[in-house]
Design a protein. Structure first.
Lengths: 498, 457, 457, 498
């Protein structure tokens, strides 16, 4: 074990600095504000620091380490050149308050990304400001809220959310002040139109839904759902976390949605970084466009003086929507993430369709391969599909309920068994509508060989006896971690000498 | 794109195995009326080389601060990030991991984030810190809603918070968006002519749910009066202090003068400015706020063998468990940027942080010493400053900044963009990267500007 | 420097533990008469920020090829290295490892080098490859001494090798330095007017220990005649072929037309030009040369559990075992650069290598098509070329290159620096990075040059 | 196991390229030279390639992984900013044949490095051309050879080398055509002056020696040795592999040497990269200077036209030594390594003395700590010092001979036991003069804590029984590798389908 706070050898600092500017009088801190005791931070030399974080990294699993079939998270390969691009001084060392003629490059990329997302989603205006999917949801429902307020339609205080929705959907709508109306899914995981009809009324501000849904199924009734909500006067909100399945195949616009968020860190491969940063742009139809947070990137034919710094034939500038809800992040969103995603977009361009096709191909193939391997190994009675379907989209669910009932093997046990075989585990226990759920999303960047091998290993894990599986994982840096202990004996920071 | 898709060309083989004919079969479940017709109307795919060369060309059209002499800050601070930080944070195991939901194979990030919490906790003088919010503005906004959750029931001014009137309108706007859903009223607090908080004004905040102040304040003023605020507002009103974390190398930790919640823009520790994002929001608090605070937290625990191990904890506050009753909707946060912060902090150590703060302070002091002697320039607040200070110049700030820009200097921030009634004030920001020559160049150009103003006047 | 020395400030504690008084005691064994008096007369220490800023300033005074239009090659080729190569090769486990003397904890580098051997072996068409020599020139030189070790006993021209007379004098000089200790005579082989090898001249080499030829040759000529050389020189004379590895995406592997040893400058696969180093030397050979070849080799083996494992092998050829009877003195080699090569090759795959070769060839073809039409420019060799070709211009090559330089073009290599009797020839190099605009700019400037010559003539 | 050659899924390439330039006629390869079959290389997509090399890296041990006390190798921390500097286009993208006015930055750094090494070594002229220590040796003995040839002193055909010398010393001298005369060391590992006197004569071209020697001991008799060789008309050559011990404390020049090589990759922290690249400049006294390989960097006051590109008040240019032996590498040596080492030098400057002091402090402290820990654990009877001495320099040797004799525990066993505890093993079986030798060099960048912990672990390994140690390592990616099998069953490349 290497503990940061155990390093207290280096007497000075791990990062020597140049001397400060010489001043006539010493810079002064008001007496009552002088820090009395320096922070009890550890003291590491550069060599110790490098070794500590190298060691930590080796105790962490990323896509680079192995297959990462985490459902709903779209753990695709992160192309390496994107990291090079994001560190160019033309992005890393620019300030959002610089004048427009200093930021023509940034503005043009923002414009291009807004446009591309508008095209892919069938929306009229995109803003790149929200920095994560959840913030995108919040931003969009705020826009919907202000839209109704401006119309004087003050009764619309409710947002409808299927029970299979991601937790951020209800949380975001609630944060904006909406009441949440949860509707149950059908047994096959799909939207229950009757349930929807029963709740959609003049109090409905919006329905939030993702399609393909969290079971990886395409909601064929989506147009009908849109109609129901629209007929009730509400807005349709599309949770874009599953956008990887449909680029160039269908779009929220075609399905009748009014607003959508994108998880660029999923679909467009901003690396997840162990939890962030992300980027959660939203796109809306024209009637909502002037409510978006500003500024938006726009362009026009340049005037004479402007041509010199333009990147192409246009002059780029910021624009403030007329009824803007204001800001959800202080600056222009996660520009560094947007740049990476721009680089990613450029790699596919119109070929984004092929990308989605391969995401769906891989998911269906893996589903097939798992069932096949399980049959061959005689363990196909231990799980069932999370929902019956001919084809899945970019992900699919399995229910370990039979294993649980017959042998006490839970989805979590299987997950831990997979860790022992060198994989990241699929998402477990989500969506809640599938008992003992495992949600598997391979993404398009995994090879057939990887999928075949994983399927085989999946079946092999199921052949392991319950007792052994309860004890898994055994080959990981630590074994099963006691989360209850953590919550009961809160230790949230280094205890120093307390 | 070929290089990213390992199964390009193997489609038939895979489809056949599944008993399917062609790719179309995979999309048979999508009704025809919602199908895209024809290819996506987008540009053709590019290769890595083409993308990189376009990126260099397009981003090259931006003017980086480092290519000029820059005094622009106003919430973001240009600093030097040690090389090891970049090289370690881009290790694939960190870069390409998801949120550590499987702790057994995520000990690295979990421990690093627990250490981050420890570093922040100690930096700001409060026992609890989460592992990042989106940025300084959302951290401030979530602090307000958190304060209301904790105090509203007992407050004489329920659902009411007070915020310094100097707060930048952009941050204010974020706060308003976050607060309106909970029907929170945001009132403002006045300031004295010297830039310090008006303590009489503060008295009106007693009995409210929380007070948000910044140290240094948005105009760079270090306000000793803040050490008295907690006394004035009382136990049942949260004192929320927004900090520039580097300043805490010299300036007292707010937790040591009564702050209940400390928030801040983490950027100056570990991250470049990057056009304003990704950044990371610092959020730390005292025990009473723990169970109602936003964001993810790592706890130290044990594994089944009793070995030390880390995992996410207190998740019942979070959206994936509590859904619409969660303390925040945050899911994806800014872990990797926070990790850069942790690495920077680990390298600096206590003395390095002090040195870094001192360099920032010395640059600010020098700039004041030089500008106070510069004809036509007045330093607005006769107060101690950190990083930045407001100056008043002849003529309009906007025109002056344009003049400086023509002369290769990014001259600072036009305070008229925050405070519309002010037309002739500029916020001058210095950091550890500011040199004496930079300051002298600014002074020279400002006196040129003044002399031009004289001519035209 | 403080940040690099973890025990600065703990000296006393450590000395005391050892029973010593001060640092001086550690040097009591060094006689006074050889002690330095006073501090080292060198500049004071710098911090990372100062070093980086000096490096940017000083290296900024160099003119990088990418900042101009460049046609300079002559043995080193500007190419694009995929971003993933840099990011992976700088992982600390590769970057900061020593030679893998402890195989149990060095499997990563050992396997990577075994794979490198496999990639090179397959590329050049020979069964054995080592894991790098210093560069192309030392690889060629060591091939000559190796050939002599293998063949000298049976040779009718013992201790004699033949080398193409076109070989660059710098490489030739390296060969001479390496050969003189073994008292090897280096004779040269003539070329025809079209740049190809004179096969009559080659006949004189029969019975010698080895013949060194390049494909493409130093003037970029692809010489079909080389496929007949082995037949001419016979079994007991080593055919050593030097290659530009990228060309082998289109050009036959020398191992397939009789080469016994293939060497080459690995740089175009995986490495930037870097002012000429670090590079890596390719060395591959057929079985008879194995036990007398230079350099380190990895073999696939098993561990005590029978598990596949890799280790260095055949070390008895090497200096650390055989000392003065070793086949070479090489110890530190160019592993990391070879690793970059392996990564680049792995990314390219068979088709990618072909595409890369094609891009190089197409650029060369285009340059010829354009320059053949450019007034005053003559293409010297009517032959197929790869990467580069010689042109003859009006006036002196030196003056012409200076003229091009004034106009922002690094115009190629003055062949007078290799062949002093030639004053008006320039070696024009193109690579995958050469654009049509580059070629057009060169052509335009060359015709300007020609017209100036007309005026002054 | 991930095998590069097992990846054959990706049908095309892992690196898509832009289209080639369009040509009027296709670029043609002569018919007889067209490659008939593409290389049977594997086919990986970028995601697969990244994962493969990430996986490999995790099976490799570097300084960043842990303590690396490999004697004679100076495995110090490699400062990270040096890698950033080496990738600047002003070094990565310059060509050695560019004209001098394009290379003023490179030339000035070469000049500065030559000068610094001259100062540190007490030599008159340095060349940076040799790319490794062994090549430096070869270059220097070649210079000595030509020096004598030019003097007409043709009888000097022998080079004297102590038996404790590194293998490259005799190999390099032999490569240059010299006969090797090996002289034995004294029992305490130091030079045997009588043996030297016995062989130094009019056939002696040079003596090659390192000081501190390979046992880590300073050769106090070095001046006398120099005198003996010089009196016989020979030259003294200093193997600079151990230079880390003496910077600013003594110098080869002060000790009477005529020529020296530097292992910049040791003393000046060019990362070792798993075996290279290195940089092996040599320095010589004035009488050898004109024999050095060219070009050397030099400088003068600039003329009017030159000032514009100069980096400081000087104009930098190349210079060819009059009697140059020619080249040992085709270009200017490993410029990229020289730049990193320049960055390293700049960090210490005149403080290089402190660096060496700490290298020696750490070595002595570790020697002390190991003995102490061994005493406390009751295992101090299992080893002895490789040579008796009060103080060591930057490294020291231990002989495991007692353990071998008493329990059959070899130096190799101890080495493998240390691998199991997370360390790189010290150098073993070198120098040969110490039986069952372990050669330990901690370097100055290790903290006292690391040294203390290592000492404790070292003692603990010695407490392990012989059988267990014979079976070590057990926690490494593979267990003890069968080197005999590798040599007997040569498998030097992927077998394809053969
Ligand atoms: C279906 C779904 N919706 C919304 C979100 C929230 O997005 P973010 O994590 O970017 O805030 C996620 C992320 O996991 C998700 O899977
Ligand atoms: C004492 C000694 N001399 C010479 C050398 C050879 O140096 P290089 O490996 O740089 O060729 C070494 C390297 O291990 C060494 O330790």
């Amino acid at each position: 074990m290497s503990h940061l706070f155990n390093h207290n050898g280096a007497p000075n600092t791990g990062y020597s600095q140049p001397p400060s500017i010489e001043t006539a009088t010493k810079p002064s801190i008001p007496k009552g504000l002088v820090r009395r005791q320096r922070a009890r931070w550890p003291r590491l030399s550069e060599p110790e620091m490098v070794r500590h974080y190298t060691w930590l990294s080796k105790r962490n699993f990323g896509i680079d380490t192995g297959f990462y079939p985490l459902g709903s998270c779209t753990m695709k390969h992160n192309p390496r050149v994107n990291e090079v691009i994001a560190q160019l001084p033309g992005i890393a060392d620019i300030h959002p308050h610089q004048p427009e003629h200093h930021l023509q490059g940034l503005l043009s990329i923002y414009y291009e990304m807004q446009h591309m997302l508008e095209v892919c989603a069938g929306m009229d205006q995109v803003t790149l400001q929200p920095v994560a999917g959840a913030q995108g949801e919040f931003t969009a429902v705020r826009c919907i809220q202000e839209y109704f307020r401006l119309k004087g339609d003050t009764k619309r205080t409710k947002v409808i959310v299927p029970d299979s929705a991601h937790g951020t959907n209800p949380a975001s709508a609630a944060m904006a002040g909406f009441e949440i109306v949860e509707i149950p899914s059908r047994v096959d995981g799909r939207i229950d139109l009757d349930a929807l009809r029963a709740v959609a009324d003049e109090t409905t501000a919006a329905m939030m839904i993702t399609n393909p849904n969290t079971l990886g199924l395409f909601e064929a009734d989506i147009s009908e759902a849109s109609k129901i909500v629209h007929d009730a006067g509400g807005q349709m909100y599309y949770d874009g976390a599953n956008f990887n399945a449909i680029l160039g195949i269908t779009s929220p616009g075609l399905m009748g949605f009014d607003a959508v968020h994108f998880n660029l860190h999923k679909t467009f491969s901003q690396p997840h970084g162990g939890g962030g940063p992300g980027s959660g742009p939203i796109g809306v139809k024209a009637h909502l466009a002037e409510f978006l947070p500003g500024p938006l990137a726009d362009r026009r034919t340049p005037t004479a003086g402007e041509q010199s710094t333009a990147v192409d034939e246009f002059w780029y500038h910021w624009r403030e929507p007329v009824h803007s809800i204001g800001k959800v992040q202080q600056w222009h969103g996660n520009a560094g993430a947007v740049i990476r995603c721009w680089a990613y977009y450029r790699r596919y361009g119109s070929g984004l369709t092929t990308m989605s096709e391969h995401a769906v191909l891989n998911a269906n193939y893996l589903r097939y391969a798992i069932h096949k391997a399980a049959r061959e190994e005689g363990v196909d009675h231990l799980f069932v599909d999370g929902a019956e379907t001919d084809v899945a989209k970019h992900e699919f669910t399995l229910s370990m309920q039979p294993a649980k009932e017959q042998f006490g093997i839970s989805a979590m046990d299987v997950a831990k068994g997979l860790l022992d075989r060198g994989y990241m585990a699929p998402t477990v226990y989500f969506p809640l509508v599938v008992p003992e759920c495992m949600m598997i999303e391979p993404t398009e960047t995994e090879s057939k060989d990887t999928l075949d091998t994983f399927a085989q290993h999946f079946a092999e894990v199921l052949k392991v006896d319950a007792e052994t599986l309860h004890a898994a994982p055994t080959t990981t840096p630590v074994r099963r971690v006691d989360e209850v202990y953590a919550a009961r004996n809160l230790c949230l920071r280094h205890p120093f000498d307390e | 794109m070929v290089d990213q898709l390992p199964n390009l060309g193997r489609e038939d083989e895979m489809l056949k195995a599944m008993g399917l004919q062609d790719m179309e079969d995979l999309f048979s479940d999508i009704p025809d009326e919602v199908r895209f017709k024809g290819p996506l109307p987008l540009r053709p795919p590019q290769s890595e080389e083409e993308i990189l060369s376009d990126a260099r060309r397009i981003l090259g059209a931006n003017i980086s601060m480092g290519s000029r002499t820059s005094f622009l800050g106003a919430g973001l601070y240009r600093n030097y990030i040690p090389a090891s930080v970049f090289q370690l944070v881009t290790r694939g195991e960190f870069l390409t991991a998801y949120t550590p939901y499987q702790p057994e194979v995520s000990q690295g990030m979990l421990q690093a984030m627990w250490e981050f919490q420890s570093l922040i906790s100690e930096l700001v003088g409060l026992p609890i810190a989460n592992l990042s919010l989106y940025d300084g503005s959302t951290a401030a906004a979530e602090a307000l809603t958190c304060a209301v959750r904790v105090h509203s029931r007992k407050a004489s001014q329920p659902n009411t918070v007070y915020v310094s009137s100097l707060t930048s309108p952009d941050k204010m706007s974020v706060m308003e968006n976050y607060c309106q859903g909970a029907e929170i009223t945001i009132k403002t607090l006045k300031h004295n002519a010297d830039g310090t908080l008006n303590l009489d004004s503060l008295k009106t905040a007693a009995g409210s749910c929380g007070v948000y102040l910044e140290q240094p304040n948005p105009l760079g003023v270090l306000d000793e009066g803040l050490t008295k605020t907690k006394e004035i507002i009382g136990e049942h009103t949260a004192l929320i202090v927004g900090v520039q974390p580097v300043s805490l190398g010299m300036v007292e930790a707010p937790g040591h003068y009564g702050a209940d919640i400390v928030v801040g823009e983490g950027q100056p520790l570990g991250s470049p400015v990057t056009a304003g994002g990704p950044l990371y929001g610092i959020f730390a608090c005292s025990k009473p706020y723990l169970r109602l605070m936003p964001g993810r937290i790592v706890g130290r625990s044990v594994d089944v063998d009793g070995k030390e191990a880390y995992c996410l904890t207190l998740s019942t506050r979070e959206q994936h468990i509590r859904r619409h009753r969660a303390t925040s909707n945050i899911c994806t946060n800014e872990t990797l940027i926070a990790l850069m912060g942790a690495m920077h902090m680990a390298l600096l150590g206590p003395d390095g942080l002090h040195d870094l703060a001192y360099r920032n302070a010395a640059a600010c002091q020098k700039a004041k010493e030089v500008l106070v002697e510069t004809p036509g320039v007045r330093i607005v607040h006769d107060a101690p400053h950190f990083n930045e200070f407001a100056i008043e110049i002849e003529g309009s700030a906007e025109a002056c900044l344009a003049y400086l820009d023509d002369n290769g200097i990014i001259g600072g921030f036009d305070l008229g963009r925050w405070y519309p009634s002010i037309t002739n004030q500029i916020l001058i920001t210095t950091t550890d990267q500011t040199t004496q020559q930079d300051i002298e160049a600014l002074s020279a150009q400002l006196s040129m500007w003044t002399s031009h103003q004289g001519v035209s006047a």
